[in-house]
Design a protein around this ligand. Structure first.
Ligand SMILES: Cc1cc2nc3c(=O)[nH]c(=O)nc-3n(C[C@H](O)[C@H](O)[C@H](O)COP(=O)(O)OP(=O)(O)OC[C@H]3O[C@@H](n4cnc5c(N)ncnc54)[C@H](O)[C@@H]3O)c2cc1C
Length: 378
């Protein structure tokens, strides 16, 4: 063991995180959000030893995964639902009320989880590149170097906001920002805001911003609202579609894109205020706004791109796991294993890109990888 627990149990944060030498473990989990924590928990449940058999590297300064960066108005009421991690109920770890900010409550929960199970999370550790080195993986971070026999990648999507390209974008004199950088509607008071996107985040932000200022809503496709509440069967069907895509090596697509958007009281109210008059995508961005193909223009001060995220996987590029179409062929019981290299699992990717999906996928990935590496024998 190159990283004895006795040495790790220092209260000195800088000492804990100053990892300049090459540290070895059988499995390195990259990312400590829902997917990484679930994976680490399951590795522990399989009887593997922390620090020797597995450890977790996380880029963020504190516990909470991407939840620590979510905008302040996202509360435990307005999120879809943060499912309990295995082994500790949210409500047992955090004093929760519906109006509690998700960016506060979820990090508290994850921190309690890490403490309860003494998970070997090292942070901040930003993995910059993973490459093959003498039959092992060399994991380079901004802070040091690690070596592993297998990787569970759980880096989520937050670090990779996606903004589509439109002609004239660079000429726009107003402000363009992505959901990733949204803080509060108040900063847009008195400005005209174009909200781009048809997902749940787009609608939540459109609702908020339209209460303080004028808005235009544009989406690529006609939004599909649904009257019926979302059932677990609907969820399973949506996940199955995404799972089928990744097993065929296609780019996953979001689960929401196949589920539609359930009407909520807030959305009904927004509709009554005339805010949901959706327009198709503009074709050009101009100095002062946007223009459609028929020449119609809309002046704008702000374009808010609620256009989603991509999986944050650039650090795995040297491993060449992508197909020519940019997708990754995934196999394994719950679609976590990279078919080209069974020593790599992606958790929180494709069908497991939800808190419940990440819980289950973490269990499957832990078992399959530990078995593949011969860690469960004897
Ligand atoms: C606005 C918004 C609301 C959402 N609401 C819900 C909801 O209500 N319910 C739900 O089930 N899902 C929701 N989701 C999806 C949600 O993000 C996932 O379900 C889940 O929380 C993602 O967990 P994760 O562990 O995969 O990723 P993250 O929470 O993003 O965790 C990834 C971790 O990896 C770290 N990391 C990233 N890159 C590196 C690197 N190179 N090196 C080291 N560490 C790295 C990050 O710092 C982070 O700590 C929402 C998503 C968004 C964007």
């Amino acid at each position: 063991m190159l990283f004895p627990p006795t040495e790790r149990k220092t209260d000195n944060a800088s000492e804990r995180n100053d990892v300049r030498t090459l540290l070895k473990a059988d499995i390195i989990v990259i990312g400590a959000g829902q997917a990484g924590l679930s994976s680490a928990y399951h590795l522990q449940q399989l009887g593997l030893k922390s620090w020797k058999n597995y450890l977790v590297l996380d880029k963020s300064p504190g516990a909470g995964g991407a939840w620590q960066y979510r905008w302040p108005s996202l509360t435990l009421t307005t999120v879809n639902r943060v499912h309990d991690l295995p082994g500790l109920r949210f409500s047992d770890a955090v004093d929760v009320g519906d109006e509690v900010k998700a960016s506060v409550a979820v990090p508290q929960y994850y921190a309690a989880y890490e403490r309860k199970f003494e998970l070997p999370v090292i942070r901040p550790q930003t993995v910059t590149v993973v490459c093959e080195r003498s039959g092992r993986f060399r994991v380079e971070t901004e802070q040091g170097g690690f070596s592993a026999r297998g990787i569970i990648n759980a880096t989520g999507t937050w670090e990779t906001p996606y903004i589509p390209t439109y002609p004239g974008a660079e000429s726009f004199k107003g402000r363009q920002l992505h959901t990733h950088d949204y803080k509060t509607a108040d900063e847009f008071a008195g400005k005209h805001v174009i909200v781009v996107g048809g997902g749940i985040s787009a609608l939540q932000l459109l609702d908020e911003i339209s209460r303080v200022t004028s808005t235009t809503w544009v989406t690529r496709q006609e939004p599909q609202f649904r009257d019926q509440p979302f059932t677990s069967e609907d969820g399973r069907a949506a996940v199955a579609i995404v799972e089928d895509r990744v097993r065929r090596g296609l780019v996953p697509g979001s689960v929401v894109s196949v589920t539609g958007i359930p009407w909520t009281p807030a959305l009904r109210a927004a509709q009554a205020r005339g805010v949901l008059n959706r327009l198709p995508m503009f074709t050009n961005i101009t100095e002062n706004g946007v223009r459609w193909a028929d020449g119609t223009e809309q002046r704008a001060d702000v374009i808010l791109w609620c256009t989603g995220f991509r999986s944050s996987l650039d650090h795995l590029a040297p491993l060449q796991i992508r197909e020519e179409n940019g997708g990754i062929i995934i196999s394994g019981r719950l679609a976590t294993q990279v078919a080209k290299d069974p020593r790599i699992h992606l958790v929180g990717y494709g069908p497991s890109a939800s808190t419940i999906g990440a819980n289950r996928a973490g269990g499957a990935a832990a078992r399959e990888l530990a078995t593949h590496l011969g860690l469960l024998e004897g």
